[in-house]
Design a protein around this ligand. Structure first.
Ligand code: NAI
Ligand code: 15L
Length: 268
């Protein structure tokens, strides 16, 4: 049977807030979790990913989990270790103990952020490209993907790891024209990831059907995902404001944008 009750971790965050608005239209009943309380959501579970007892209770009885909670930018290694590496491990253990069948894991393009970006007209980067994290943050998402593979091979717990490009209401940089996933396409992709059969551990890129797309969507489409949006309508304005990407500028030469610089600098 298709999953109905879904635990959304990181529900207070940017993507979590967008998905709280959109996923119920795809038929889901959401249980919310975040370390921060959510205004207007008194039933949301306020818990840290370090709290194993709270996680076990939170995952009990759900059909699936969308795991968004964690640090979403570069940070000191110790913080990334605690929230993203240990936190994701605690969540997988809770899911295994409670018999949850599937997790959709918010991975990131920063797992492969040090991959040179395709020049205009070159094909997009395939999902099988070697991992080249651009940050401790990207490294933690690479760990999450390996954790997901382990829990599938050893425990039969399925995961779709979504290497999200940039999911915001609008793209805000020239790079994001090539990385953007509209919130509506994000909800479509999560829905496909929750309902496709026999996913084992599948890695997909998360992006819209952008004219300038850098991320190959073959494995995402194989789940049934059909993106409908294209960032191109924002191109003229963003390029007028920021200029075309400069291949000689290190912060603009890779998939991960300015995450490859130390420290990462805006705009991404
Ligand atoms: P965000 O930073 O707005 O939200 C993350 C949420 O996780 C926050 O509400 C925070 O309170 C919660 N959180 C952090 N540490 C926690 C802990 N130890 N225990 C419980 N909750 C904790 O980030 P955003 O943009 O909403 O991203 C959501 C997820 O998607 C993140 O895992 C991020 O790495 C991933 N992602 C997002 C992309 C995007 O374009 N928005 C791109 C690629 C990946
Ligand atoms: C990410 O992984 C971040 O969580 C998000 O805030 C954006 O910076 C995005 O990648 C991006 O690469 O644009």
């Amino acid at each position: 049977p298709a999953p109905r009750t879904v635990l959304l971790t990181g529900a207070a965050g940017g993507l979590g807030t967008l998905m709280r608005g959109l996923l119920p239209d795809h038929g889901y009943e959401l249980r919310l979790l975040d370390m921060r309380p959510i205004e207007g959501e008194p039933d949301a579970i306020v818990a840290d990913l370090a709290d194993r007892d709270a996680l076990r209770e939170a995952v009990r009885g759900v059909d699936a989990i969308i795991h968004l909670a964690g640090i979403s930018l570069e940070a000191p290694f110790e913080k990334i270790l605690r929230a993203n590496i240990e936190g994701t491990y605690h969540l997988y253990e809770a899911a295994r103990e409670e018999g949850v069948r599937r997790i959709v894991f918010a991975s990131s393009n920063h797992v492969v952020g040090h991959t040179p970006r395709p020049a205009p007209g070159e094909p997009p980067v395939p999902v099988e490209t070697p991992r080249r994290p651009d940050t401790f943050y990207g490294l933690s998402k690479s760990f999450g993907e390996d954790l997901a593979q382990l829990y599938w091979d050893k425990h039969g717990l399925e995961t779709v790891s979504v290497r999200i490009g940039s999911c915001f209401p609008e793209p805000t940089s020239v790079r994001m024209l090539s990385m953007w996933m509209s919130p509506a396409d994000g909800a479509r992709l999560f829905h496909a990831a929750l309902t496709a059969e026999d996913v084992g551990h599948t890695v997909v890129h998360g992006a819209s059907a952008n004219t300038r797309l850098w991320l190959d969507l073959t494995s995402a489409r194989a789940l049934g995902y059909e993106p409908r949006d294209d960032s191109e309508r924002y191109a003229e304005k963003l390029i007028a404001e920021q200029g075309e990407l400069d291949p000689d500028n290190r912060a603009q030469a890779y998939i991960g944008g300015a995450f490859v610089t130390d420290p990462p600098i805006w705009p991404y």
